[in-house]
Design a protein around this ligand. Structure first.
Ligand code: AMP
Ligand code: MG
Length: 416
């Protein structure tokens, strides 16, 4: 009898639970892009470090503005990086530039546009203040952006340029991040030839190029992992054992193909008797058969995920399940959050398998909404469609027919 189908969410949580966090390591700011911060990271410095001017102009004492215009004696300058070290006395002003420290005694900034120099050149002795200003306006207070010990970025965040800029300003040069999980990837199938392995005009019509390994390698590296790829494994006794004996130090091993119930599905046949593996039939389309658990490799028991061989199935399973495993190992807080889009064409009622439909999301500026157009064919062998789709629509299990215009959940595949 067939095993029952298990829901996608249940498989995801079992996978996430089985993974452990990778160790941490220090990285320089220059190498931190895309890495996952391992600890809450706090400011070491105040920003700004002192009260500073936000404009080019003149620092004055607000009490001096009892009539407008008023002439103040110009006695110095505070520039960015070169503060004026004295106290501002009554009836005086200093020139100040953006990012320069406020001198003691000054509490107001008059922007350059509201002044006139007397005489009208750079070595002027006086400045005429032509307009009053609110006290404190155009002053950036010490710590106004962030103060020492403020939380800058939380643990589990994927770092990008803006965040790294903030951490740099906060006094960090080295950050503590999660080590990239190492993912070993191999495809099984006697029909498979590695890209470039043999001259393409010598391929026989029963051979195909193995695209899964390279596809998954790049997908997992985009997810923050480090990929190690192996050559294809033939559907022959002993071939799998030989390959497993070459895998060491992987945090996760992914094999594609052979995971189903066919005569040549060696992965499932060979591993059936291993009680450290779970054979799942997932209520999902594409990607029903999946194997998950621990398997013996050169470095001992390694967490193992057996994905279906169809390229689209293995790609979708990578997006959903491998991503969950990687996020769990990295302690990444972000989840795959689907967005809403409006269905462009009707979709018939669904069976018990949640479907990840390939299609295109485009923005309709007249409607002010994103529109999802499913591809006509959802064949899981169609790499062309998978590569050109920019979104997957999640069609829930047992959903009724959906009319054109229905609001649906979509996962965006590329962001440029
Ligand atoms: P399997 O899961 O082994 O039954 O494979 C299902 C389908 O996917 C078959 O048509 C295979 O030829 C194809 N396939 C399996 N592995 C790969 C691969 N690495 N690259 C491209 N197609 C594959
Ligand atoms: Mg096969």
């Amino acid at each position: 009898m067939n095993k029952p189908l298990i829901p996608v969410t249940e498989a995801i949580s079992q996978i996430a639970e089985a993974m452990s966090l990778t160790a941490t390591e220090p990285v320089r700011l220059a190498d931190a892009n895309g890495r996952i911060l391992a600890e809450d990271t706090f400011a070491i410095l105040n920003n700004p470090p002192a009260d500073q001017s936000a404009m080019d102009g003149f620092a004055i004492r607000g009490d001096d503005l009892n009539s407008i215009p008023i002439k103040l004696r110009l006695i110095g300058e505070s520039a960015a990086g070169a503060p004026w070290p004295h106290k501002l006395e009554q009836g005086t002003a200093i020139r100040i530039s953006t990012g320069a420290n406020m001198p003691e005694g000054a509490d107001s900034i008059i922007i350059q546009e509201n002044t006139r120099l007397i005489p009208d050149h750079d070595n002027a002795d006086y400045v005429d203040i032509l307009e009053a200003v609110e006290r404190g306006k155009f002053i950036r207070r010490k710590g106004q952006d962030f103060s020492k010990d403020d939380l800058l970025i939380g643990a589990g965040t994927t770092l990008d340029g803006r965040m790294i800029g903030l951490l740099a300003a906060g006094g960090h040069e080295t950050l503590i991040v999660r080590q990239k999980p190492v993912i070993a990837i191999a495809s099984t199938g006697s029909e498979l030839v590695e890209p470039g392995q043999q001259s393409y005009d010598t391929l026989n019509p029963a051979q195909i190029i193995s695209s899964n390994t390279i596809m998954i390698a790049h997908m997992v590296s985009d997810m923050g992992a480090s990929a190690v790829t192996l050559p294809p494994i033939a559907d022959q006794d002993g071939a799998l054992d030989l390959a497993l004996a070459q895998i060491s130090e992987a945090d996760l091993l992914i094999l594609t193909g052979g995971a189903s119930v066919g005569k040549h599905d060696l992965v499932s046949a060979k591993m059936k008797d291993k009680d450290s593996l779970t054979f799942w039939r997932i209520a999902m389309r594409p990607g029903k058969p999946m194997i998950f658990g621990q398997i013996e490799t050169a470095s001992g028991l390694t967490t193992f995920l057996g994905l279906p061989g169809n390229p689209v199935s293995s790609g979708v399973c990578t997006l959903i399940f491998v991503r969950a495993a990687i996020n769990a190992m990295l302690g990444r807080v972000s989840a795959l959050t689907p967005r809403k889009a409006v269905l462009a064409t009707a979709v018939p009622e669904n069976d018990e398998r949640e479907e990840y439909m390939r299609g295109t999301v485009s923005h309709d500026s007249k409607l002010g909404q994103d529109i999802f157009t499913p591809l006509i064919s959802q064949d899981s062998g169609k790499l062309m469609d998978f590569a050109h789709a920019n979104a997957l629509m999640i069609r829930p299990a047992h959903s009724a027919e959906m009319a054109e215009g229905t609001l649906v959940d979509v996962i965006i595949l590329n962001h440029d």
